[in-house]
Ligand binder design. Sequence first.
Ligand code: ARG
Ligand code: ZN
Length: 843
Amino acid sequence: QKIYLADYTPPAYLVRHVELTFRLAPKATRVIARIQFAPNPAAHSRDFFLHGEKLKLIRASIDGTPVQPVLVDGGLTASVPDAPFVWESEVEIAPIENTALDGLYMSNGMYCTQCEPEGFRRITYYPDRPDVMAPFDVRIESDLPILLSNGNPVERGAGYAVWHDPWPKPSYLFALVAGDLVAERGAFTTMSGKDVSLAVWTRAADADKASFALGALQRSMLWDEQAYGREYDLDVFNIVAVSDFNSGAMENKGLNIFNTAAVLASPATATDMDFQRVEGVIAHEYFHNWTGNRITCRDWFQLSLKEGLTVFRDQQFTGDLHGHAVKRIRDVIKLHTRQFREDGGPLAHNVRPESFVEISNFYTGTIYEKGAEVIRMLHRLVGPVAYGEALDLYFDRLDGQAATIEDWLQVFQDATGRDLTQFKRWYQQAGTPQVSVVKEYADGILKLTLRQHTPPTPGQPDKLPLVIPVAIGLLDSEGREILATQVLEFNQPEQCFTFSGFDDAPIASLLRGFSAPVILRQENTSEELALLLAHDTDSFNRWDAGQQLARRTLAAMVIDNAPPSSTYLNAMQAMLMNEALYPALRALILSLPSEEDTAQNLALAGQIPDPDAIHAAHEALKNHLAEHLEAVLPGVYAAMQVDAPYSPEADQAGKRALANATLALISRTDHGQAAEAQYAKADNMTLTLGALASLLSIGRGNSQLAAFATHWADDKLVIDKWFALQVTEAAPRRLLNMLNRLTALDTFDWQNPNRFRSVLATISANPAGFHQADGSVYRFVADWLIRLDSVNPWTASRISAAFDGWRRYDTGRQALMRAQIERIAKAPGISREMSEMVGRMLA
Ligand code: ARG
Ligand code: ZN
């Protein structure tokens, strides 16, 4: 049963007020709801329907008179007055049995909720759709010491607590937590002088890992005031860490609930990347308070309205705090491997989808990351000042409303006077546009001819031209910048741009800062790329030039068995020795594109990617780099040692990143000596894990691995890393054995999403292992997906996307993958989520 955007109708009844009472008990929680309904003047019908799933209805009444509602699939109906009325119901639910972690569930003795997108209907009967917004009063009855809900605390007595959330909100933002928790407390004074009490709640054992998150929250609150003029709007802000959680975190009003992996951090247990992720997710969820909560989505087709914008905001925040170039490069790597792949396969969909079966399958790279790219392009096209004005108008005009992508674009049109009719296609067309460039130079004039083409995607054979902002700069043959960054507005199928006044053919630095989410195909020489790598003023394009050189040499190694290009090796040496380049950037440039990137690149060139050959080429290139750089690596490695006490700040983190990147190469020639030394003396997780990864990648490190497991046995998040690292670093031919061994361990608590992902989702980081030609790993993955799907469809169906690239491979692998996808499709009792995913992959 597909749902279509075009079928949207306004709700028949609006909710004026919600009062909920929870009598918590693991097997039989009672939820009493008292809801004030009123007919919606804008509605087309008066059909009263409340969503409800897995609820046991105890009683119901309308205006105090008991009624017998008609229970139907997915909810209930009843005849109601054509005037305001009060609905009351009492239902029973069993949080302890809720293994899907959707709605009210339990994690280690603690009650918690996840309602987005459609979990609230598993808590009580309600119009569970985001365009129904209401203030909530919540009473929680339980003997547990900490009882939390949305909004402000009203009353606390023996065995109960009362909360009031004055801000009208959709049900997906409802939250409740009850447990034995401790708080890391802090405060924030808003720009208008209001004091807000902050708390990060954890289990007592994790109390020492919460202070970083608290600081991150304070930084986020300040930044949103300074950058967007957005002030917080309640007396308290609570964050709770939960170890069983399907996603990263959730922006429930005033009560954000986080996966422990996205909030807990200490130097001994978290890597520098973990620290940055925690800060970024804290910011993301906090920023949702305005972009998501105060202004929410009319329906789930508009999901990117809040997610794309909020991702863009958290990217700006991290860039402002820690440097834009490095953040941009990391985001683009993620976009390339996750979103471009999605956009080029059977799961491709619009930033604003037009139909779906299960919205939970659309929390994707396209909605989040491509959605953020679309906003970044708007920002670039109108400039930061006009962008700021547009956002002010957005908050003014739509505060308190459930809005659409049209509302958003209208605001931009009104604020900037720019016609966005063509730009809107970014929301309506799936697929990654390909842009080719032809450069001609004569008589002091450089002529660039750009062509754009978006390949067909499921249901969309023909594509229209998009508005593509192409940021460009020009360098002379010495590498001096002769034209500072300009933005070309490329909106035709084919378009020429000319630049004049040169003595010599200039070198173009195109798509600076990755100004649009497109695949750029340009025929520049390796010498030009080396020059850009050495001299471009745009750090992003320096990195990109290095990646292009690497891609080229990898492709030649795979296709023609060519030796690695000496231009690439020499350019890497020069880059590595360039102390003017900060370490974090050198580390990124030194890192090869992923094997997934190489596969995409080969597929684009019309080749059938051979995962074994790709893996072999990557290994060979790393070995060549290690030998070519052998004389200089130890010096760089030594220069990257940090004496000061650990801090996750960019300076130190950059040094550790380059230390680990050089260590990985050094290990290929020194048999792991330096890595063993680093492991022995490391006092933080970044260096510990870097050393361990280097050892495992050369087939060593068994004793360190065992010691690590013993030492961290009580820390689930660290043990997740232990699982994941072994999957990533396993030699492809040994991967299946490794997987069997890991999943047989007592500690493989497969119903815990983090633990399950640490093994099953990590397999995609080892493509040559996943694609073992006998299909054994495909079967292994399918077995586990079927098993997890029966208890937790959300997490299972997301990981099923591992099979989305099946058509890219040789007929043998295609058949093997297809067989597994079909086996999942036919498995008895498969969830709607999973069946939509496999159905789309096979279509
Ligand atoms: N809105 C959340 C976020 O900011 C994600 C919710 C994911 N959904 C879920 N069922 N866990 O990104
Ligand atoms: Zn979000």
